[in-house]
Design a protein around this ligand. Sequence first.
Ligand code: PMP
Length: 363
Amino acid sequence: MSARRAGVPVRSDLAERSGYHSPQVDVEVRLNTNESPFAPPDSWRAELAEEIGRIEFNRYPDRDATALRRTVGASHGVGADQVFCANGSNEVLQSLFLAYGGPGRRVALFEPTYALHRHIAEVTNTDVVHGWRQRDFRLDLDEVEAVLAESEPVITFLCSPNNPTGGAEPAEVVRRVLDLAPGLVVVDEAYGQFAPTSALDLRAERVEGSERLVVIRTFSKTWSMAACRLGYLVAEADVVQACTMVALPYHLDAVTQAAGRLALRHQDEMHRRVAVVVEERGRLTAGLADLPVEAWPSDANFILFRPTRRDASQVWQDLLSQSVLVRDCTTWPGVEGCLRVTVGTPEENTRFLDALRRALEPA
Ligand code: PMP
């Protein structure tokens, strides 16, 4: 029987798009989507199970996620009015675009960077202007100045540490961007806990312009909760209100709200997980230094590298045939020929390094 189609054309500007996806392949060592390699603490799981037993499933959840926002805010020394929570930081990003972007509005970003910033801009019909990072992937502040002066974007996006290149922006760079940007400066800190600096400090210090600074975080990485879909931003109350206005009613379900609130009782265990990942990142960096690849210093839980003697797509395939999956960035603008590996458990990292050594051997 032939497959049926509705046959109604989608928006013409979307017709050519393929969406943003990472292949979910069944492998033994999955190092392609920057999740935590560790399960959350057993005590968190037990507390969540107990809490789920008390949820009134026939009722809608707290629409304002007040208890969660209060707890998240307290962890950063701010009130609930400065926190907006959503289904992963991707939904936080989408909310910002819905509230501040749209037809006739422009945002700026600096490539190569997290592809979803551009993707959501395009889906929401927001114009994108972009500049390029330097050869070492650091921001070129002259380029930033030129792009922002010419385009006057409503939002300037930074990503720190930057996905997929791994480096965090030093505080003085974010301060300079705040000086130069006319609108909001959104710093996507999905990997913030792995880095030595955070734009949250600039907000706490109330530096010049920091009322326009929006910092995004997620529970998907450090907090070992990618399955839950929970992210948030910290910003001034008017930004929170704007995002709340465009969010769907009851968009954040009761289980996710409870999961996030309870997770914050386990900060010590989360910090221990981060410490292991940072240590393993050092071991991976040292391992890559012994191989014929160019690798960039990382402040995140992943490392970008480029094989120098073998074709990167072939290396990706060879790794896959050894049941090791990394991210294939070979066709991404600005990182052509590169692969990105997520820091895994010590055993996974050893498997990866051994498999990569074999994949890089001359045929
Ligand atoms: N921002 C960046 C820079 C990311 O790399 C990711 C995950 N790929 C996200 C946001 C989205 O994370 P989540 O929606 O799981 O919170």
